[in-house]
Design a protein. Structure first.
Length: 352
């Protein structure tokens, strides 16, 4: 999508108007760069990558006053299995709130644009001053400084022991420098991890685009933990505006005793500190995943709820969805990895 859409007045907020912009509009990129609360998920490159990966219509709803953007939020239009359209900000994204200082007006603008476009609902992955808000998961954030050694003092003893154990075992962590590090080395770990968890797998093409559109241009990085040339664990991180976000991780369960994940995340935090980041965000964790929540908290991070807000129709909980999900996990775990990859190729674009 290129160019700007029609300008429409926001009720009760004249002379402010809202405008539908293309993601590649330079005004949006400049506005995101100017906002201290912006995260890597607000960067145009992230939304453009998602749009290209799954052929979503993508745009920005922005408030404009006297020709200057004052507020905005990226939006992707998705469809469910029945073809019904809805808006998300953003799919495959942990958290993405409005940017700017006029949240009520921007919320009204998004809702007005949604209704004008005939869209039943828009889910914004943040708490808004209107709509139906629900806690959906938790996230963990670690406040950084420029002293890595004092930061390590906030790690629990088990984490520090794991880092030392990995070093004794000869685990080394390197940064991805070419596409194959992500699309082959990391992807192989990813497929095995998803099968172990019983969940579908993103297409390899997804990670090819992730490398080309996000990581290679410098909007993130990937790390691989190895011993004697054998990949033990890997992770993908996004970064911008002083924030590093852990997005994807995978590991080989056969080698967990080597504590490669401890070495990998310690290196990720080291990279964040060296790059001047203020915050290391551990990403989304489901409420029921107590083990992962404890692991992330063990690094000295603070937990907070992720609240998502729906404008318009709120979908009811699916009857029997828990049983269906459990059956799906069992099938994927007991089947060849090709089954999880096929399920992801067919269904992932509907699961954002």
């Amino acid at each position: 999508m290129t160019g700007a859409g029609a300008t429409l007045e926001v009720p009760g907020a004249a002379p402010t108007s809202f405008r539908r912009l293309a993601l590649d509009d330079p005004r949006w990129a400049a506005f995101v760069s100017s906002r201290p609360e912006a995260t890597p998920f607000h960067q145009p490159e992230w939304s453009i990558f998602l749009s290209e990966a799954y052929h979503f219509d993508a745009f920005v709803i922005a408030l404009e006053r006297n020709g200057t953007l004052t507020d905005g939020i990226p939006v992707l239009e998705v469809r469910n299995l029945l073809g019904r359209r809805r808006w998300l900000s953003l799919p495959f994204t942990d958290e993405c709130g409005p940017l700017g200082d006029a949240a009520p007006q921007l919320t009204a603008a998004v809702d007005a644009a949604r209704r004008s476009a005939g869209i039943g609902s828009c889910e914004v992955r943040a708490s808004l001053p209107a709509g139906t808000a629900r806690p959906r998961a938790v996230s963990h954030s670690l406040t950084l400084g420029d002293d890595l050694e004092s930061l390590m003092g906030r790690y629990r003893g088990s984490i520090r022991q794991g880092i030392r154990a990995a070093a004794r075992e000869g685990v080394v962590v390197r940064q991805a420098t070419r596409s194959a590090d992500v699309t082959h080395t990391f992807y192989g770990l990813h497929v095995a991890t998803r099968r172990r968890l019983g969940v579908p797998v993103q297409r390899r093409r997804y990670f090819e685009l992730l490398w080309d559109r996000v990581l290679a241009p410098g909007h993130g990085f990937a790390l691989i933990a190895e011993r004697d040339g054998v990949a033990l664990a890997g992770a993908v991180f996004l970064r911008s505006n002083g924030v590093v976000i852990y997005k994807y991780g995978a590991s080989d369960a056969r080698h967990w005793r080597l504590r490669a994940n401890n070495a990998l995340f310690h290196e990720a935090i080291s990279v964040a500190v060296a790059g001047g980041a203020r915050v290391f965000d551990w990403g989304r964790t489901d409420f029921e995943d107590e083990g992962l929540r404890r692991f992330k908290a063990s690094w000295g991070s603070e937990e907070h709820e992720l609240v998502y807000t729906t404008l318009g129709d709120v979908a009811p909980a699916s009857v029997g969805s828990g049983r269906a999900a459990a059956l799906s996990r069992t099938v994927i775990r007991r089947s060849p990895s090709a089954v999880g990859r096929l399920a992801g190729a067919l269904l992932y674009r509907y699961a954002g």
